[in-house]
Design a protein around this ligand. Structure first.
Ligand SMILES: NC(=O)c1ccc[n+]([C@@H]2O[C@H](COP(=O)([O-])OP(=O)(O)OC[C@H]3O[C@@H](n4cnc5c(N)ncnc54)[C@H](OP(=O)(O)O)[C@@H]3O)[C@@H](O)[C@H]2O)c1
Length: 237
């Protein structure tokens, strides 16, 4: 008998898609290890989940810091097993390349690309040791179509696409599944309040994306859905 708790580690679980995904996984009875920088938001998530007699375990983590990610993975795996890593933490700027400051570019690449790579790097030996796992990356339609005012964001998401497609071929032998989720416009705080107000009926919801992520994770047997592209029915904004 082992009392090791198996579960799902979600980065960026304090709002939007990550928060909805943490909720959906908690609802199906999975243990959720929830990370983000804003611990108060993660605590607020737990207060909401209490109404359904559910909860997540909170592991604060800034994915842009490799030391922070290393520490968070050590804390989680000290008593838990990570079956699934969801690389969801992300930021953008919606500015033209010329207008982006060096700091903004650095933050976007460090969070969206390096943050996900650090998380994979530290979780991988643990998954290999436990005989497998699932890595789910939240990419974006910017990996499929050209958008302006998205250059650093597109670089980060395309970089992660390249990284994980190479990784996928390496880790098949360890029974590790790599799933890339590619959402279009989803109504979250990533968008300005004006855009959200104007386009709310044209955008997907975090809850819709979350249910899809859970479905992709739950696929059984010798099968993996490697890539899922999801757009609003009316198309991109
Ligand atoms: N919304 C869309 O239309 C859309 C479309 C395609 C893909 N996506 C992707 O979906 C993912 C989630 O975004 P969202 O739309 O749900 O936006 P959101 O509501 O702004 O959520 C972003 C999450 O990332 C976390 N985060 C940001 N920087 C972090 C850092 N350095 N370390 C740890 N966590 C960090 C935030 O938490 P803290 O601030 O508390 O750290 C927050 O929980 C992102 O990767 C985004 O690129 C979004």
């Amino acid at each position: 008998m082992t009392d090791v708790k198996q579960g799902i580690w979600i980065t960026g679980a304090s709002s939007g898609i990550g928060r909805a995904t943490a909720t959906e996984f908690a609802r199906i009875g999975a243990n959720v290890f929830a990370s983000a920088r804003r611990v108060t938001e993660l605590e607020r998530l737990n207060s909401e989940l209490q109404n359904e007699k559910l909860s997540v375990e909170i592991f604060p983590c800034n994915v842009a810091s490799s030391a922070n990610v290393d520490q968070a993975v050590k804390k989680i795996t000290a008593s838990h097993q990570i079956n699934c890593l969801i690389n969801n933490a992300g930021i953008t700027s919606f500015k033209e390349a010329e207008a982006n400051s060096v700091q903004e570019i650095t933050d976007i690449i460090n969070t969206n690309l390096l943050g996900a790579i650090y998380s994979i790097k530290y979780v991988l030996p643990h998954m290999i040791e436990h005989g497998g796992g699932t890595i789910i990356n939240i990419l974006s339609v910017v990996t499929k179509k050209i958008f302006t005012s998205s250059s650093a964001y597109a670089a980060s998401k395309m970089g992660l696409k390249g990284y994980t497609e190479s990784l996928r071929e390496e880790v098949r032998k360890y029974n590790i599944k790599v799933i890339n989720i590619i959402p279009g416009a989803t109504e979250t705080t990533m968008w300005s309040p004006e855009i959200r107000k104007e386009n709310a009926d044209k955008m997907m919801t975090s809850e819709d994306i979350a249910r899809l992520i859970v479905w992709a994770y739950l696929q059984k047997g010798n099968m993996v859905t490697e890539e899922i592209l999801i757009r609003p029915v009316t198309g991109d904004l």
